[in-house]
Structures are given as C-alpha cells and as structure tokens.
Design a protein around this ligand. Structure first.
Ligand SMILES: O=C(CO)COP(=O)(O)O
Length: 250
C-alpha cells in the first residue's frame, strides 16, 4: 500500500497571525486518520511556529524550498540543515513557480534533492508541463526529462524519502483542473518511467500526488484514480474547511 498524502502549499500567503488562525482551524476540523498523511507548507518565517503548534498532531510541516548549499555567503537563503534544526524534515522542490520565476533548472534541483537527502529530509519533487507543451504533445517528454535530470540520480535506497507531485502548469491557480483521466494517464506514465529505471517494486511504492486547482468538489474523482496517491493543494489549502474536506476525500 502506498502512502496517501494531502499536502497544502501555502505559497507566499499568511503572516504569523493568519498562520496561527489557519492552523488552529485546521486542528479543530482535523479528525485523525492514519490512512491519509496531512502536510502543510507555510512560508519560512512561520515554519517554526507551525512545527511547535502541530507538535502534538500527526499533521506534518514542510518547507516550500531551500538552498542547495550547506552554508556560507548566500544572502537570503535557507539550508537543509537549518530546516532540520527546527524540526522540518520535508521540503517541496522544483515547484513550477520556482522553475519559471526563479529560473530553477533540473541541474540545480538535482543538487537541492541531494542536500535534502543528506539531511535525512523527505522531498516532494514537482514536475509538470506548460500548456504549450501539452498542446504540442510534448508533455510526456517534458515530465520524463524533469524526472531524469532532477531526480533519477537518487540511489534506490533513498527512494523511500521521495514523493512526486505532478502539477501541470496550465492547471495551477487557473481553476482549470486536469481531468481525472489526464491525471491518471500522466501518473501511470511517471510510474512506468520510474519502473523502467528502478524496477516495478520500487515504482509501486512511490506516492505520486496531483496538483492544480484541486478543490473539495473535484478531489474525490481525482483521488479515486489508481495511480493518484493524493494531492498538492494551493489555493484551497488556505481555507481550513476546504483543505480538510480534500484530506477526507479519499
Ligand atoms: O501549485 C499548486 C500546489 O503546489 C496548485 O495550486 P492551486 O491548487 O492553487 O491550483
């Protein structure tokens, strides 16, 4: 059985007071469910607070990014070791906003993945094509190359720390969701690509999340697909009722 995961990527939203509010509402509504792992990813400034606030809860806290270096003259950056030291053991890497706005390349992401694993952190590795790439029928090729160049150097023994999030860029924040069939088709492709390189036993254990305009109204039909093991939720993770409804949609 693969892990089922619902993770909320809060992006650059919520100051400390709003973080306190959202976390307290999430905690009120959350009913412990061992079948589904729930993760929230607030901004760096609120990670410590979130970790402390969720200390007695099974809800985990993730960072949205980190730097690939151990330490040094990298003004404004945060290392894996710093995150680990405040209890943060999960990081989202390669989100399409990081790729597009901050020019993160597959080569850079490969280094970030290594830095996370060296610090015993789990990685939620994002991949996904842009609209023009889907229209040009290049989506499988694009996702395969993101995986091969950013992730496939990870040794077999480290894959228990890897979660993949497929987020088609055209479905992020647009209200347009991939159909459950489109999501399943890509998730099955990702699993097959992993199986070709690492074998099907390993591939069958990797959780693959879907992200892109997931809401309470569509979560159930997307999560029902065989190779969809949960979701990476943006906008809808900012409202406790919606986020918890999605976490309960399995
Ligand atoms: O980017 C996303 C999660 O990382 C998805 O965002 P939305 O759910 O707002 O489309």
């Amino acid at each position: 059985m693969r892990d089922k995961i619902v993770a909320g990527n809060w992006k650059m939203n919520n100051d400390l007071a709003q973080t306190e509010d959202l976390l307290s509402n999430i905690k009120k509504l959350y009913k412990e469910n061992r079948e589904v792992r729930v993760i929230v990813a607030p901004a760096f400034t609120n990670l410590h607070h979130a970790f402390e606030s969720l200390r007695d809860s099974p809800i985990d806290v993730a960072a949205q990014n980190m730097n690939e270096h151990k330490e040094g003259a990298y003004t404004g950056e945060v290392s894996a070791q710093m995150l680990s030291s405040i209890g943060i053991k999960i990081v989202i890497l390669g989100h399409s906003e990081r790729r597009a706005i901050f020019n993160e390349t597959d080569a850079l992401l490969a280094k970030k993945v290594d830095a996370a694993l060296e610090n015993d952190m789990e990685v939620i590795f994002c991949c996904g094509e842009e609209l023009s790439e889907r229209k040009g029928e290049k989506h499988f090729e694009v996702v395969k190359s993101q995986l091969e160049n950013g992730l496939f150097h990870v040794a077999e023994g480290q894959w228990s720390k890897i979660v993949i999030a497929y987020e088609p860029v055209w479905a992020i924040g647009t209200g347009e969701t991939a159909s459950p069939e489109q999501a399943q088709e890509m998730h099955a492709f990702i699993r097959k690509t992993i199986a070709e390189k690492f074998g099907s036993e390993l591939a069958n254990k990797v959780a693959i999340l879907y992200g892109g305009s997931v809401k309470p109204a569509n979560a159930q039909e997307i999560f029902a697909k065989e190779d969809v093991d949960g979701g990476l939720i943006g906008g809808a993770s900012l409202k406790a009722e919606d986020f918890i409804a999605i976490a309960e949609a399995f």
